[in-house]
Design a binder for this molecule. Structure first.
Ligand code: F6P
Length: 524
């Protein structure tokens, strides 16, 4: 049965009619509001007290989850079942952080790859790994895009401040050559190690960047054997990595049951290991594992990922919210919105159910965001006085690792002040100055920005995304929509460099002609 046909869905539609007219601020005056609507796991606090929720609504949402087959779907995820049906693949990312005895059968190779990764990391960090001319490695260049980039860079930035950053890690994702050139400009090829990360080893951006990096390297080293001391690969396509010139000893396997956007826990996380060390990476996995265990075992009415997912469903499907902001009040988490955009929008931006029938309800809305407090001086004006509905997650850390206490307390005060303004608003006789408020937000409190907390946070969002896909009855693990644009870029690339324009679409044909005449090489 489709979601909207369930009686639990219809019950929520009835509840929403009432909930939407009740000012949010009246809900938050109840004396036990905070205690009743905060939940914790893995060291994190989830505060839903500023959401348009009451016990009755939460129960109705939990009934919807039950009617949608949530418990069985969750078992399928943890048992490594083939739930990515359109690609015929199992989904097993939780196995990457499971204790060895808890790993499902598909994940038997994980221990072996982990051992090789740890040995490689120890050799590089200690200086035992030498470049072709005998020098130790000072700089790592990670080349990859999407799921092969966003997670590693997010965690690297989140952890890098308290580290002394040896070796330094640089990320190149965009096909725009300025990304690669800016990184290579300051590097010494004799001390540089490239990691080519691509599950498919066929992604255009990564192929082009990797081959330009190889040319840059070979021009300076004049010895093609040197590649074996300066290039590593993480991929599930060993033939393509080998054809590129990377020998077996330098290749780390990525299994087809690890989706790109769920892969930072695998060898894709190599730059995190290199920057922060093997034990920090193990702590990251432990944080995610704690959240996995909580998700598996906690009662539904205290289950953080499930409650966070249902809160989203309530807002997006019943209260008309059309976009969701991710607002980390932590400079070191400034890349979290980018990472979550892929996780949530690539997973759940779908228009058909698992059986291929069209959805009659909305699925994931647009996710956006940026670090606070910077956003307060950019887009928060619209949040406070614009006409659009939105919801937001505020992510704050109770403790930081610098000594400038005033900065940290101001950061926290601003986060809380913003969510309070969104809740309460303010009357003013001057309509230009009045703030309506009445916007629902969630606050997530991390104890700190140590690897364990970051692991728990990212696993929380992964499972939230999973639960929403279950309720919408969509496949959260494929991404067919991105293929068309890739396919169309091929003939356009040829036409930009040639003389004929074949496309049927007059607008694109016009742009191709215009660019052909205007680009530096062709302009008269
Ligand atoms: O184009 C989308 C996508 O397939 C993502 O799903 C994936 O994370 C990214 O490209 C990179 O893919 P790969 O790791 O195969 O290079």
């Amino acid at each position: 049965m489709n979601p909207e046909q369930l009686q639990e869905w219809r019950q929520l539609t009835r509840l929403a009619a009432d909930a939407i007219t009740t000012p949010l601020s009246t809900r938050t005056t109840a004396p036990d509001r905070f205690t009743d609507f905060t939940f914790s796991a893995g060291g994190l606090l989830l505060d839903l007290s500023k959401q348009r929720l009451d016990n009755h609504i939460v129960n109705a949402l939990l009934e919807l989850a039950q009617a949608s087959g949530f418990p069985a779907a969750r078992d399928g995820l943890f048992n490594g079942e083939k739930i990515n049906t359109t690609e015929g693949r199992a989904v097993g990312h939780t196995a990457l952080r499971a204790a060895p005895d808890d790993r499902p059968a598909i994940a038997q190779g994980v221990g072996e790859v982990t051992k090789r990764l740890e040995q490689t990391v120890a050799a590089i960090r200690s200086g035992r790994w030498r470049g072709a001319t005998g020098k130790p490695i000072s700089d790592i260049v990670h080349i990859g895009i999407g799921g092969s980039h966003l997670g590693p860079e997010l965690v690297y930035e989140a952890l890098s401040q308290p580290l002394n950053q040896q070796p330094r890690v640089h990320f190149v994702a965009n096909i725009d050559a300025h990304a690669l050139a800016a990184v290579l400009a300051d590097l010494d090829p004799e001390r540089t190690l490239f990691i080519i990360v691509s599950k498919s080893f066929s992604t255009l951006e990564t192929k082009i960047n990797a081959s330009s990096a190889r040319s840059w390297f070979l021009e300076r080293m004049a010895n093609s054997d040197a590649i074996t001391r300066h290039f590593l690969a993480v991929s599930s396509n060993p033939e393509a990595a080998s054809a590129f010139g990377i020998p077996e000893a330098n290749r780390f396997e990525l299994w087809d049951w690890v989706g790109g956007r769920y892969s930072l826990w695998s060898a894709v996380g190599l730059p995190i290991m290199l920057a922060a060390g093997n034990s920090a990476f193990a702590e990251l996995l432990a944080g995610a594992r704690d959240m996995d265990q909580h998700f598996l075992n906690a009662q539904a009415d205290a289950n953080l990922p499930l409650l966070m997912a249902l809160t989203g469903i309530w807002n997006y499907n019943f209260l008309g919210v059309t976009n969701h902001a991710i607002l980390p009040y932590a400079q070191r988490l400034r890349l979290l919105p980018d990472y979550l955009q892929q996780l949530m929008m690539e997973s759940n931006g779908k228009s058909v159910h698992r059986d291929g029938s069209p959805v009659a309800i909305h699925t994931m809305p647009v996710v956006w965001g940026g670090a606070g407090t910077n956003g307060q001086h950019a887009y928060h004006q619209l949040l406070h006085q614009g006409t659009r509905s939105f919801t937001a997650d505020f992510i704050v850390c109770a403790n930081d690792e610098h000594q400038l206490t005033d900065h940290h307390n101001w950061l926290l005060a601003n986060a809380l002040g913003q969510s309070q303004a969104m809740l309460m608003g303010e009357d003013n006789a001057d309509p230009h100055k009045a703030v309506a408020g009445n916007h629902a937000t969630t606050t997530l409190v991390l104890p700190d920005l140590r690897p364990h907390s970051i692991g728990a946070l990212l696993a929380l969002y992964e499972h939230t995304t999973f639960c929403q896909g279950v309720i919408w009855q969509i496949n959260s693990f494929d991404q067919w929509g991105v293929e068309l644009g890739k396919k169309l870029a091929n003939p356009i690339f040829k036409q930009l460099g040639g003389s004929s324009t074949l496309t049927q679409d007059g607008s694109t044909a016009g742009l191709i002609d215009y660019l052909r005449k205007t680009t530096r090489d062709n302009a008269e």
